[in-house]
Design a binder for this molecule. Structure first.
Ligand SMILES: [Zn+2]
Length: 428
């Protein structure tokens, strides 16, 4: 058992903020949360949290971990050119080992900025699963799928195999999903088949929808409807779906997303950097969509610090609506924790609550940018830097302490990254 003692606890529940509070962790779950007290228990570890804000770890509901390998490789161009001229050619050269080290690097960056759970889809995903398993993170992982032909049965089978092999593994830390890339890289028949299989296997579909205006225009020319409206006709949303972007939605699209309880991963930094547009976050809030926050891959962001996208989501909501009261700091923190967790299939995650999974971050109150301690919700939502995180616990295990990752050799990973980057880019 672990005792996290005397911290300022942001529970994100009806308990609110507990000053000088304790958390007792038993196995992977929170056993006690409340005021500090004395115990008749011999703890395996006691963490003095008296100088820390303590809260649930952040949940990044849309990323592509190994794309950190292409960070800075292609900036200042539009999505379709970015994908076709730069990203796809480099990706064709990536080996499973490259994806493994890329995923580890991305997870180091994520954990150091307080992200304990990610939803990732890419390729060579067995390598990402190995990285998640070893570093001790939590993730929903999907094998990225495209289908140029009518129906690609081979790819569907591969994805099924991945889901069967990895769903609910690593002590429940890893869930698996079906991850068709988008309606512009997959045929309708394939998307329909993938969703049907996901529903049968009881797992998530994770995809990109309505990212650019071009995507909508091209699709309408072919099918006379937006991708979301056409996919609904095909029964695509009968599976549980988490979709990234949703920058361009019409009234009917909002209705469909709401009625089908589709999780929407907002990735505003990626959308802005690629010049795709700005999601109408106030309207999404007004329509009651289930919103989570993602970074997207580091090739289009260009980092994985979810806190930056969180702040941007909040400021866009206020700026677009001209209403500073929209989306409070506490609501924003819930969106980036418990709500995001639900959107990607994790229940009992994202609150400091008895019985919930013990994914907990400690943020040092002594950082100059977090003083004075006026309002912890505000300090985390609006003032925190990614590097303010000191200690990270995931599934009841201490993964980072005093800013040092304990589960893997960070130096060795960085050495490999330098080596493989040389090889990847020397050919490009
Ligand atoms: Zn993406």
């Amino acid at each position: 058992m672990i005792l996290v003692k005397g911290g300022t606890l942001l529970t994100l529940t009806e308990q609110g903020i507990i000053d000088a509070g304790d958390i007792v962790i038993d196995g992977s779950r929170i056993f006690y949360i409340g005021n500090s007290k004395n115990y008749d228990i011999k703890f395996d570890e006691v963490i003095d949290a008296s100088n820390f804000f303590v809260m649930p770890g952040f949940v990044n509901t849309h990323t592509h971990l190994a794309m950190v390998l292409m960070r800075g490789a292609a900036d200042d161009i539009a999505l379709h050119k970015w994908l076709n001229d730069v990203i796809f050619p480099i990706e064709s050269r990536l080996t499973p080992e490259d994806v493994y080290f890329g995923s580890l690097l991305a997870l180091i960056e994520s954990i150091k900025s307080g992200v304990t759970t990610v939803a990732d889809f890419y390729f060579h995903m067995e390598s990402s699963a190995k990285a998640v398993q070893e570093i001790g993170a939590r993730a929903n992982l999907g094998l990225g799928l495209t289908s140029k032909f009518d129906m690609d049965t081979v790819k569907l089978k591969l994805a099924e195999k991945f889901v069967s092999r990895y769903n609910d593994t690593a002590d429940g830390r890893i869930l698996a999903s079906f991850a068709p890339h988008s309606p512009y890289t997959c045929t309708l028949k394939f998307l329909k088949a993938v969703s049907k299989r996901a529903k049968e296997m009881g797992v998530l579909v994770h995809t990109h929808l309505h990212e650019t205006e071009k995507e909508i225009i091209d699709f309408k020319k072919l099918y006379g409807k937006t991708p979301i409206q056409r996919l609904e006709k095909e029964g695509f949303f009968e599976a549980k779906v988490n979709t990234a972007h949703c920058v361009f939605l019409d009234e009917e699209d909002y209705k469909i997303l709401k009625e089908n309880n589709v999780g929407v991963a907002l990735n505003p930094q990626s959308n802005l950097k690629l010049g795709s547009g700005i999601p109408d976050i106030p309207k999404m809030l007004e329509r009651g969509l289930s919103l989570g926050i993602g970074t997207d891959g580091a090739a289009s962001n260009n980092n994985l610090a979810l806190i930056e996208d969180m702040r941007l989501v909040s400021f866009l909501a206020k700026g677009i609506s001209k209403n500073p009261e929209l989306l409070s700091a506490e609501q924003l923190l819930r969106m980036a924790t418990v709500q995001g967790a639900k959107n990607i299939g994790f229940e009992n995650l994202g609150l400091l609550k008895k019985g919930f999974l013990a994914d907990i971050i400690l943020i040092d109150k002594q950082n100059a940018n977090l003083m004075p301690n006026t309002n912890p919700y505000s300090l985390i939502a609006y003032s925190m830097y990614p590097g303010n995180v000191d200690t990270v616990i995931i599934n009841g295990k201490v993964v980072m302490r005093n800013k040092k990752i304990l589960t893997i050799d960070e130096k060795a990973v960085k050495k490999e990254i330098s080596k493989l980057a040389h090889r990847i880019f020397i050919k490009s």
